[in-house]
Design a protein around this ligand. Structure first.
Ligand SMILES: Nc1nc2c(ncn2[C@@H]2O[C@H](COP(=O)(O)OP(=O)(O)O)[C@@H](O)[C@H]2O)c(=O)[nH]1
Ligand SMILES: [Mg+2]
Length: 201
């Protein structure tokens, strides 16, 4: 998929607020600091002129951000699941907002769930991915920051235990680096497949 245009359409901050467009949608989710903003910027070809903000204050945003890509689909940046340490009220409102969108969007074609390649998936990761499976949402896993892995660890590939715990087949997992661009084309193609976009020349 070639990125020709990106336009920020706006944010949704309340559960009853409708998305700004009815185009088909793919949402990005993952823990704060997993590298979501960086990967979105890389995919959209904006490592310099940024689309999504790489934050110094992780977990601050409690909004769904909608980007229209190629006038054909929306990339939805879901707020990070933050920290276990966050007050319960904050965690509950995050959950209502995100789950409200995931359950209620008729245009959602799939979710890209990001997991840091250096660490095993957390309980929160597993809960989210399980929720996606329960709701029948097609899911891609993007392992992030693979540039930080040692060569020996890289050579071994995705740990079978990780796949096992996430319960997703290996062909749904893409190793990525926002820093080097590794995996970006592969992930974009997988997203195009979720959206069933016509291949363009
Ligand atoms: N080395 C490396 N660092 C990354 C990569 N992606 C993100 N980071 C760093 O990880 C931190 C969190 O990134 P950010 O994109 O804001 O994460 P978000 O909270 O999930 O949106 C920042 O310091 C980024 O520079 C990557 O692929 N490689
Ligand atoms: Mg971010």
């Amino acid at each position: 998929m070639v990125i020709r245009s990106v336009e920020f359409l706006g944010s949704v901050v309340a559960r009853d607020q409708p998305p700004p467009s009815r185009l088909p949608q793919v949402a990005f989710a993952g823990r704060s600091n997993v590298g979501k903003s960086s990967l979105i910027n890389r995919l959209l070809g904006r490592p310099r002129r940024k689309v999504a903000r790489v934050s110094a204050q992780p977990g601050k945003t409690q909004a769904l951000n909608f980007y229209e890509v190629n006038r054909a689909f929306l990339l939805v940046d879901l707020p990070g699941s933050g920290y276990a340490k966050a007050p319960k009220a904050v965690r509950d409102s995050w959950r209502r907002l995100v789950r409200g969108y995931l359950a209620g969007s008729g245009e959602l074609r799939g979710v890209v769930y990001l997991v840091d390649s250096r660490h095993p998936p957390t309980a929160g990761d597993l809960e989210f991915v399980e929720y996606l499976a329960e709701t029948g949402t097609p899911t891609l896993i993007a392992l992030t920051k693979v540039d930080k892995l040692k060569a020996s660890r890289r050579a071994r590939g995705v740990a079978p235990a990780t796949l096992d715990r996430l319960g997703v087949p290996e062909d749904q997992v893409v190793s990525t680096s926002a820093k080097t661009g590794e995996g970006a084309d592969e992930l974009l193609d997988a997203i195009a497949a979720l959206l069933e976009l016509e291949e363009e020349s």
